[in-house]
Design a protein around this ligand. Structure first.
Ligand code: M6R
Length: 606
């Protein structure tokens, strides 16, 4: 996730407006930034790595000349955060400057093709191909809009684009597919941006651009067309009522809720994890004598789910280990044949890095799944895959958990294919389920918000809550417990449902709230027995299961039915109601869900 803004002013200087707008988008990414303007028939450009303020202090972004410009704040997905990889990107001859939010999946083949046609590439980003494709259109005598349409027809993936060219110095061309893009209509000025927060202090009149649309703004004109047909569209103007702070959270009261609702998109982006790195990790995983899944907190819960995925479909035994215990437990038994797959959203968690450092000394191979390019973890690992979730501002991990699982499921599937462990129809089925995931996530959000909000009222004063699941749903139970506990401060317990009778059941008394996570999978046949055991001791049973499972529904006190999903993907869907529960419990208890006490987003101490 990155932030883009373009500003077309009738009179005056665009650069200071762009920089201030960019600051409002910094929550979307902050590893590098840049601004490009047009003046005197030339593109003027400043960009660097670091946060916008730091770059501004070094380069003075405000003194770029011209009344038309585009700007970008980056969250790296292709190419490390650096000056050359920062946006805007330009073509060979300085005919065009482009800013982009999204992921171009077919950039490698386009890049090869363009290099064959003697284009010169400066960066390692996916975005730069767009500048060169548009350059070819301009060189062939097409307009900037026509060149952009021809370019985006070649792209596979997600993009929100803003493009300028000295050939048409009063225009900013834009295009959208799957990444947000909004026009702001001012007086003698028009904007294009990833988010209304970027321009809301100048205007509250907005046009929301939809997928497959392209167009341009000038200081006095806005035109929007369909990419496919070229037909012009009459778009509706919306009057925004948000404050600046609300606009930064896209109208949501908290970042945590915003991030929960971002999951259809972040799962979609995680599905675009780069093939070549997925293949590389698969190669290593296949070769290891022993494979450890190393992580802390929510990422550890993702690893527990992943251990079921790898074993169920790829027949690979993996050992999920809490990072702070790794050295004591396995430090002396690992070696050159060991594979350590470290999973860390931030890539900076001290416990994870300490364990990785130790493992490197034994010549073990370090692999990683992370959200932050340029993080320490990406620098010390042999190969890594990015989860592409954009910054997560809420301290509790929500969208990053589902994105990690989406990446890990793709790895498990690749390994299963490589090892010939699944029949072709099973691979097809799982691929189809992966494709449908964003849609399922969206449905689950719609189904679970209201019931969990209501339930939070009922459970606000609970002294303790129990979470139980069997199989891969044990990982979901652990994550449900962590979310509810860290946001509501209610002490919670999570167990594999089958294990609960070996001790924890003694805490059950009349009315004790016990959640069962019970999708209709291979564990379903045993779960009813576990429910009955708890019920017989007076527990109040809350159950999240599969829609249409009437037997379970009739035997529990509270029921939420979710859409059917492949067993190995179920944590991605079943965690969502508990993210809502945690969030609403915090509100009911008068707590700030974005900043739970005593916690930090990234724990960089041992
Ligand atoms: O950045 P990481 O994934 O390495 O972070 C790991 C944990 O610190 C993190 O998941 C933490 O448990 C969160 N508070 C969970 O919501």
């Amino acid at each position: 996730m990155c932030g883009i803004i373009g500003c077309a002013l009738k009179n005056g200087s665009a650069a200071p407006i762009l920089r201030k707008g960019l600051m409002r988008l910094e929550y979307r990414g902050y590893d590098s930034a840049g601004v490009a303007t047009i003046h005197d028939g030339k593109i003027h450009l400043k960009k660097d790595s670091g946060k916008i303020d730091e770059i501004h202090a070094r380069l003075n972004l405000d003194d770029l000349p011209g009344s038309i410009g585009i700007a970008h704040t980056r969250w790296a997905t292709h190419g490390a955060p650096s000056q050359v990889n920062a946006h805007p990107h330009i073509d060979c001859d300085g005919l065009v400057a482009v800013v982009h939010n999204g992921v171009i999946e077919n950039f490698l083949e386009l890049k090869e093709e363009l290099i064959d046609r003697r284009h010169f590439f400066r960066s390692r980003t996916d975005t730069e191909v767009i500048a060169h494709l548009i350059e070819e259109g301009l060189e062939a005598g097409k307009s900037l809009l026509e060149s952009t349409i021809a370019a985006v027809k070649r792209l596979k993936g997600s993009y929100a684009l803003a493009i300028i060219s000295p050939r048409e110095p009063d225009k900013i061309v834009f295009a959208r597919n799957e990444s947000p893009l909004i026009i702001g209509l001012g007086d003698g000025v028009n904007f294009i941006a990833s988010d209304v927060a970027a321009f809301i202090e100048h205007t509250r009149r907005a046009i929301f651009i939809d997928n497959g649309e392209v167009g341009y703004i000038t200081p006095s004109e806005v035109r929007v067309f369909k990419v496919d047909s070229g037909v012009e569209i009459n778009k509706r103007i919306i009057e925004l009522t948000w404050t600046i702070e609300e606009a930064e959270r896209s109208g949501y009261p908290h970042f945590t809720l915003k991030e929960i609702y971002e999951q259809p998109q972040t799962v979609r982006e995680a599905l675009k994890a780069q093939e070549k790195y997925l293949d590389l990790l698969t190669e290593f995983l296949d070769r290891g004598r022993d494979v450890f899944l190393l992580a802390a907190g929510t990422s550890h819960n993702a690893c527990i789910a992943a251990s079921y995925m790898f074993s169920k479909i790829a027949r690979l035994t993996t050992i999920p280990v809490i990072a702070s215990e790794f050295i004591e437990n396995y430090g002396r038994s690992i070696g050159i044949d060991s594979i350590i797959l470290a999973v860390s959203q931030s890539g900076e968690t001290a416990d994870v890095l300490a364990a990785v450092d130790h493992a490197r000394m034994t010549a073990a191979t370090i692999l990683a799944v992370t959200n932050v390019v340029g993080s320490t973890l990406t620098r010390v690992s042999r190969a890594y895959v990015l989860q592409n979730s954009g910054p997560e501002i809420g301290v509790a991990a929500t969208k990053t958990f589902t994105a990690q699982l989406t990446v890990l499921a793709q790895l498990a599937l690749r390994l299963a294919r490589k090892r010939g462990k699944l029949a072709q129809y099973e691979i097809d089925e799982l691929e189809e389920e992966l494709r449908k995931l964003p849609e399922l996530v969206e449905k689950t959000l719609a189904i679970s918000d209201k019931p969990m909000r209501d339930l939070a009222k009922e459970l606000a004063n609970a002294r303790s809550i129990f979470f139980l699941g069997r199989g891969i749903s044990y990982a979901t139970a652990l994550e449900a417990r962590l979310k509810v506990m860290e946001l509501s401060y209610i002490p919670c317990i999570a167990y594999p449902a089958g294990e609960s009778k070996h001790g924890p059941i003694s805490v059950i008394e009349d009315g004790y709230p016990v959640f069962f996570i019970a999708p209709s999978d291979s564990t379903r046949k045993h779960i009813l027995g576990n429910i009955m055991e708890m019920k017989a001791r007076g527990a109040k049973i809350y159950c999240v299961g599969t829609e249409g499972d009437n037997e379970l529904r009739e035997n529990v006190d509270w029921w939420l039915g979710l859409p059917k999903v492949h067993e190995i993907l179920s944590p991605i869907i079943y965690v969502i109601p508990f993210q809502f529960l945690a969030y609403y419990l915090a509100l009911e208890r008068g707590l700030d869900p974005d900043k739970p006490r005593n916690l930090a987003k990234s724990v960089t101490v041992l």
